[in-house]
Design a protein around this ligand. Structure first.
Ligand code: GLA
Length: 329
């Protein structure tokens, strides 16, 4: 019997920065997906305790996107990238809300890859799973979700430099509650919009060079107003990652509110991935006693908001703790 587990993640700050090699600050959370079973046969056969339908993926699968039921697409993606020599028969269970923006699909990919016998560093594991997600969904995602799940450190968020792929653990103070609140809008990670935003960042970088090194003065020279706003989001958001990481490390919780508000405003106005429901939720949470700050988290276009609050603040949502990354147990 093999049991592999992988956590979901919430991103504290640094959204839509990973796909242009920028900085992100996610943390693996104490909600996770577990795959249990045995390595046998010539297909990967999984049932889920949470979603209907059996997934059967032949080891030589060539079009993961065509696999059904839908949750099986990323399983097929992992098989297509990792190419295990032996199949697997088992079950999946999860404590993660599915499709809510807490990276349930990255957790499934990482747990499946480990269950199938993947051996390598957390970074290599994340790279396999990122490729699997891209193949399965057609969304040209960055590496944040899979790397947070693979490399999580208990009690810490991860500052990831998506150019050098270095990961630094940043302590999350005990007295801070991290609460994830759903906007009520099912997140549609619209392929066109995500791919279009990524392409716009690439176009901006072809004008001013890598956005991680660009300054706001460089960005101001971009003639096209849309590309200029997209790049301004990324360049300013990269700085906020370092500012939030520094504030957490120094226990300066008083600095978090303005940084999170600025991040949300930048995602709303410059990157244009917020929605009226997310904006209203951020506004309501920001005005709630005990809440230090709030912003949309993840890709946007619906989904969740993350609020940082004083311990015990009256905020309804998923209270998550920074957790250790994926493992075979
Ligand atoms: C999704 C992608 C990530 C990242 C976020 C936005 O979660 O999978 O790679 O780009 O959106 O920060």
């Amino acid at each position: 019997m093999t049991t592999a587990r992988a956590p979901g993640r919430v991103n504290l700050v640094g959204d839509h920065t990973d796909h242009s090699g920028g900085l992100v600050l996610p943390m693996a959370i104490d909600l996770e997906t577990v795959v249990t079973g045995s390595r046998e046969g010539d297909a990967v056969v999984l049932e889920s305790e949470d979603v209907a339908g059996e997934v059967v993926v032949p080891l030589d699968v060539d079009d993961p996107a065509a696999t059904g039921p839908e949750w099986g697409r990323v399983v097929a993606g992992v098989v297509a990238v990792a190419r295990p020599e032996v199949g697997f028969r088992g079950r999946v269970r999860t404590t993660l809300p599915i499709g809510a923006g807490l990276s349930s699909s990255a957790a499934l990919e990482v747990a499946v890859a480990l269950a199938l016998g993947f051996e390598g560093t957390p970074l290599e594991l994340a790279q396999v799973c990122q490729r699997a997600e891209q193949l399965a969904t057609g969304v040209p995602c960055g590496i944040m979700d899979q790397l947070a799940s693979a490399a999580g450190v208990a009690g810490h968020a991860l500052r990831i430099d998506c150019t050098s792929l270095t990961v630094d653990a940043v302590p999350v103070p005990e007295g801070l509650d991290v609460v994830v609140v759903h906007s009520g809008e099912q997140r549609r990670l619209d392929r066109t919009a995500y791919g279009e935003r990524r392409a716009q960042c690439e176009a901006a970088a072809s004008i001013v060079g890598p956005l991680l090194e660009a300054t706001l003065d460089d960005v101001a020279t971009i003639a096209d107003p849309v590309l200029r706003r997209r790049a301004r989001h990324v360049v300013s958001e990269n700085r906020r990652v370092d500012d939030v990481a520094a504030a957490l490390a120094a226990g300066r919780l008083d600095l978090l509110g303005d940084l999170l508000s600025a991040s949300h405003a930048s995602l709303r106005d410059d990157f244009e991935v917020s929605t009226p429901a997310l904006d209203a939720l951020v506004e309501r949470l920001t005005a709630t006693p005990g809440v230090l700050g709030a912003r949309l988290t993840g890709a946007g276009f619906g989904g969740c908001v993350v609020a940082l609050a004083e311990a015990g603040a009256a905020v309804a949502g998923w209270r998550v703790r920074p957790a250790v990354g994926a493992s075979v147990v």
